[in-house]
Design a binder for this molecule. Structure first.
Ligand SMILES: [Ca+2]
Ligand SMILES: [Ca+2]
Length: 170
């Protein structure tokens, strides 16, 4: 980590490396500008839902320090009909995360469309499960970043802050 980052700050970067098609619509897309050349999405026409039932990507993270965290996603939203997910940590609330519209990869903090932006998550030390779920098809997610530095704004691939203390499944 850069010397300017306090050791009390934690950054966990996760990315999905593969996915299989399921009935709810979960696909791997190929893009040389995505991390490892791949991202997860539900293609237009495959799935739109108002319930938070269809999981696209599941991330298992190991939080090293209890605290308040913000979750960022490296995302693309092609249009207003493809600019949202649901996001849930453990058995918590399913937030309707409306992401910024944009056809290039950009970072957006998980929010509650009708409430907080960003939302914060109080996490204990230990393992947690993050689920990104389909809401509007077309929205794409490349990787996520979980941090207790509430002022931090990731850029580029976010790889500066990658930390090996995580694992994931999807
Ligand atoms: Ca929308
Ligand atoms: Ca759509």
């Amino acid at each position: 980590m850069p010397s300017t980052v306090s050791s009390s700050k934690i950054f966990l970067v996760c990315f999905a490396v593969s996915a299989t098609c399921v009935s709810g619509g979960r696909f791997i897309g190929q893009d040389k500008n995505a991390f490892d050349g791949a991202y997860i999405y539900a293609p237009n026409g495959t799935c739109n839902q108002d319930s938070s039932s269809s999981v696209m990507a599941t991330y298992q993270v190991k939080v090293l320090k209890e605290g308040i965290y913000v979750l960022w996603g490296r995302v693309q939203a092609p249009d207003y009909a493809g600019d949202s997910f649901f996001v849930q940590i453990d058995d918590g609330f399913n937030y309707l995360w409306e992401i910024k519209v944009g056809k290039s990869w950009h970072w957006d903090a998980a929010n509650d469309r009708n409430g907080s932006d960003p939302v914060t998550f109080a996490l204990d030390k230990g393992k947690h499960t993050i689920k990104v779920k389909v809401r509007e098809d077309g929205a794409k997610i490349d990787k996520i970043l979980l941090t207790n530095d509430l002022d931090f704004v990731p850029s580029s691939m976010g790889e500066t802050f990658e930390n090996n203390n995580y694992s994931q499944s999807h």
